[in-house]
Design a binder for this molecule. Structure first.
Ligand code: SF4
Length: 214
């Protein structure tokens, strides 16, 4: 994914205009089997953004990201560190259409959808982006490193100063439910503490900057 280099026409539009174009998009084969386009959802702008892999069955029906079982677990994980949906996080996927049989999105589909994601990042202006699962990491960071190595690391969104942290996908945590120390759920809890601390830091910096201007 070549961030911020393509389709500048989308970047010159408003958020609502980009969303309206995505709602009618037929740029890739994922337009064929969909019920609803699943554009990102949450406050614009927002300090925190999460990018997942692709919509599933429930998301396709509702037209909203992360509302199935994995989405419900994500909501719980976020709430455990006082990040409320939808108020405190903007959530999107690498593609806006559900891949058939819940397969991973193809690189060509992610490329086709990348301008919509890039536009959302521009509008949301996040300080932190969480990448949920390997397909999101691969699309955004171009990394094939295993999630066991990448998760919990602070990286940068290519070409920007935006902090990025890969996380285990909540669907993976549903398949690995143990909360034992060192297991994926426990590790994700550690990662979310880091995210919460970083968000607090950014908020304090913003408040200090506001005070110094007042
Ligand atoms: S997945 Fe993205 S590029 Fe493909 S049809 Fe849907 S909106 Fe268009």
């Amino acid at each position: 994914m070549d961030l911020f280099s393509k389709e500048p026409d989308l970047l010159s539009l408003t958020y609502e205009e980009v969303k309206a174009i995505a709602d009618k998009c037929k740029k890739c084969p994922l337009s064929k089997g969909r019920n609803k386009v699943v554009f990102g959802n949450g406050p614009v702008p927002c300090d925190l953004m999460l990018i997942g892999e692709a919509p599933g069955a429930e998301e396709d029906l509702q037209g909203l990201p992360f509302v199935g079982r994995a989405g419900q677990l994500l909501t719980q994980i976020l709430a455990s560190v006082e990040i409320k949906r939808p108020d405190n996080i903007y959530i999107a996927n690498t593609v806006n259409g559900r891949p058939p049989d819940n397969r991973a999105p193809l690189a060509s589909e992610q490329e086709a959808c990348a301008p919509y994601l890039e536009a959302q990042i521009k509008f949301v202006k996040p300080k932190i982006i969480l990448l949920a699962g390997a397909p999101a990491v691969k699309a955004i960071l171009k990394s094939d490193e295993p999630m066991t190595k990448l998760r919990g690391q602070w990286l940068k969104l290519p070409g920007t100063e935006i902090s990025v942290m890969p996380l285990f996908h909540p669907a993976y945590l549903l398949r690995n439910p143990s909360k034992e120390k060192g297991k994926p759920k426990w590790l994700t809890w550690q990662d979310m503490q880091e995210v919460k601390n970083a968000l607090n830091y950014y908020r304090q910096v913003a408040e200090l900057s506001k005070e110094s201007k007042d």
